[in-house]
Write a protein that binds this ligand. Structure first.
Ligand code: ADP
Ligand code: MG
Length: 385
């Protein structure tokens, strides 16, 4: 992770922040550093229990830091009260005041800031327009759908133009269709407001769709920070490769001088190996759309890595087929074939599988992690906030 040392630059800086809850020994957040640029949409992505809510709560000031510091525009806010930090917050539970109308809910933070009635009316009007709820101004929360309630929560969180908007799984309680709709709304709000958005989710699709950058959390640590395509195309750890998207993972021993990974029975070429991996266990990670399937080994393009595999299943998923594969060393894999293209084989048949080594990533093999082809699917995991 590259970090600039200019601590007066605008933005939000998380510098070596840890959290150990009292009565526990393992840190919930463990030495996390992250620079968030002004106006950026950044997502903290990770499985349940990886420390996302704890990190967001420390940013907001609801949970104290055990070590490290948080800076906003160069000022250390680590010990500041939440309201002094000027951040908007939205959680999974709508947390609207049930006895107040939509208008009164949105006006609440402005009244706390002692604005004039005219100013409040103008700002509430703007906020209602932003979330397309002008016609619902006089309703009570109980008279709104879940998605509408969450729009009110969003409007209330940005109505006073906070320095940044923090959201913890705000769409977690909504069904798929509403979630997609609100995702687009949040993306539009980000464009219109130009505000820094810090978003927490365990849903990789949500993270890939919305974010300028994603920080992948695992057991309290940031495994990798990057743009969606960097994380997808160039995962630096097996955890990132398996948490974001599917991949085929071949295990072997890294041989830097030969430029290969020595797997059982075949040795895929691996350009630009990290010298620190030499002699250690490594994993070649290849995304499904990068695997090519051939009935005729002579058709393999020059320079491709290749290995024989057996087709185990073919699943039609609308615009493409997912082709399940099994290799002689026991590795299972997954390839993608666009619908409309003919399938090279039926389940039970052998094919030659090839890929351009430029499209594979070699990552260290953490000895105790499983490397079966399918990623640990984060969808549907409990969304603890
Ligand atoms: P996430 O939001 O990624 O699911 P959390 O930040 O909620 O993760 O939790 C991270 C870890 O900290 C978990 O192991 C969780 O059990 C623990 N934890 C969270 N809140 C508390 C608390 N108030 N007291 C003690 N442990 C906590
Ligand atoms: Mg959480």
């Amino acid at each position: 992770m590259s970090q600039s040392d200019n601590s007066s630059s605008p933005g939000i800086r998380i510098a070596g922040v840890s959290k150990v809850y009292s009565g526990t020994s393992r840190p919930a957040v463990d030495d996390v550093s992250l620079d968030i640029a002004d106006g950026e949409f950044i997502t903290l992505l990770g499985p349940s229990g990886s420390g996302k809510t704890t990190m967001l709560s420390m940013l907001a000031g609801f949970v104290s830091v055990s070590g490290g510091k948080i800076e906003i525009d160069g000022r250390d806010v680590s010990r500041q009260k939440p309201h002094k930090r000027n951040l908007g917050v939205v959680f999974q539970q709508y947390a609207l005041f049930p006895h107040m109308t939509v208008t009164k809910n949105i006006a609440f933070p402005l009244q706390q800031r002692r604005m004039s009635k005219a100013q409040i009316a103008a700002k509430v009007g703007e906020a209602l327009k932003l979330v397309h709820l002008e016609e619902y101004a006089d309703r009570l929360p109980s008279q709104l759908s879940g998605g509408q309630q969450q729009r009110v929560a969003l409007a209330r969180a940005v109505v006073y133009h906070p320095r940044a908007l923090l959201m913890d799984e705000p769409l977690g309680a909504l069904d798929r269709k509403l979630r997609d709709e609100l995702q687009r709304e949040i993306a539009r709000m980000h464009r219109e407001l130009g505000m820094t958005f810090i978003f927490v989710t365990h849903d990789q699709h949500e993270a890939l769709t919305l974010s300028d950058r994603i920080a992948v959390f695992n057991e309290g640590r940031v495994e990798q920070v990057g743009t969606p395509s960097e994380l997808y195309e160039r995962p630096e750890t097996l955890f990132v490769a398996q948490f974001l998207g599917e991949s085929t993972c071949f295990r072997g021993t890294v041989d830097v001088s030969a430029g290969v990974l020595r797997c059982g029975g075949f040795t895929p070429r691996a350009p630009r190996l990290d010298a620190r991996l030499d002699g250690s266990d490594g994993v070649a990670v290849i995304r499904p759309e990068r695997l090519e399937l051939h009935t005729d080994a002579a058709a393999v393009p020059a320079g491709h890595n290749q290995v024989r595999g057996t087709v185990t299943e073919i699943v039609y998923v609308g615009n493409h087929h997912q082709v399940g594969l099994r290799f002689p060393d026991g590795t299972s894999g997954s390839a993608m074939r666009l619908a409309g293209r003919s399938l090279p084989a039926v389940p039970g048949e052998e094919v030659t599988v090839s890929w351009d080594p430029e499209h594979q990533s070699i990552v260290a093999d953490p000895a105790d992690e499983p490397t079966s082809g399918r990623a640990a699917e984060p969808l549907g995991a409990p969304a603890g906030t």
